[in-house]
Design a protein. Structure first.
Length: 256
């Protein structure tokens, strides 16, 4: 009974903290729009303690620019981009995910669930690129920016990867690590399969691993981490590397 009460109290405190940070974001944006950049920064710095608040990071970058702190603005924009992609990789309970019909579905899914976050992240990309194309923050975020531009582009009906044809070559996976089966999941006899949509970028890096379903005891998170460790040769179309989406599945069986 005591443990249940502790969990309820913890959940209440977490909800209260997120609500307070959302209020800080709204106040910071209000002050920014009023031209009170100094006080806006104070509220926005409180708001970004919640790393899921992509909008707050974007406005913090804007505020730093307006306050004459342009050298600090790229850090806020880069955080907006980075945390937006992390958010996309979080499993969502109770949401009906996309049908399995290729990258069109992935785009529609993320654009439907996270419209405001994606908008703030893409605006952060534009600001980062406008500030300085040679900026180290921009260089470090190259793959993240490539991924964001892909998932926010207009959905289409292309297949998950190029079909076999004389001018197309599928991706070639050279290393596919299996996710760790946590001791807690084994002890609780948690088994099943995790499916993910994985974005394979033309630069040979994994851009995103979005879970389609969820398993407890850290198995979903372990699957995301494993997918991001995949090594591959990019798909080619007309001799040029292209971005493709492929479904990956990892199995966890208690008899292992």
């Amino acid at each position: 009974m005591k443990n249940i009460l502790k969990l309820i109290l913890f959940a209440f405190l977490m909800t209260s903290a997120v609500t307070a940070q959302s209020g800080d974001r709204d106040k910071g944006v209000e002050l920014y729009n009023a031209g009170n950049f100094g006080n806006a920064a104070k509220y926005l710095e409180l708001a970004v303690k919640n790393e899921r608040d992509i909008v707050a990071f974007y406005y913090l970058g804007l505020t730093r620019e307006k306050s004459g702190l342009s050298k600090d603005a790229p850090k806020a924009y880069a955080k907006a981009i980075e945390n937006c992609l992390k958010l996309l990789e979080k499993p969502i309970t109770g949401v009906v995910l996309m049908p399995e019909t290729g990258k069109d579905s992935l785009k529609r899914y993320v654009q439907r669930i996270y419209p405001n976050e994606l908008d703030a992240a893409m605006k952060s990309v534009e600001k980062l690129e406008a500030l300085n194309a040679a900026n180290s923050a921009l260089k470090d975020a190259e793959s993240k920016i490539m991924t964001l531009k892909f998932v926010t582009s207009k959905p289409d009906l292309q297949p998950t990867e190029p079909a076999d044809a004389s001018n197309k070559q599928n991706i070639k996976i050279t290393k596919n690590p299996h996710p760790a089966y946590s001791g807690t999941a084994i002890a609780n006899r948690i088994g099943g399969a995790i499916r993910l949509w994985v974005v394979f970028l033309p630069n040979g890096k994994i851009g995103l691993a979005v879970p389609i379903n969820n398993l407890p005891d850290g198995l979903t998170e372990a699957s995301v981490n494993a997918a991001k460790g995949i090594k591959f040769e990019p798909a080619l179309e007309n001799g040029k590397p292209v971005t493709v989406v492929k479904q990956i599945e990892y199995g966890f069986w208690t008899g292992r």
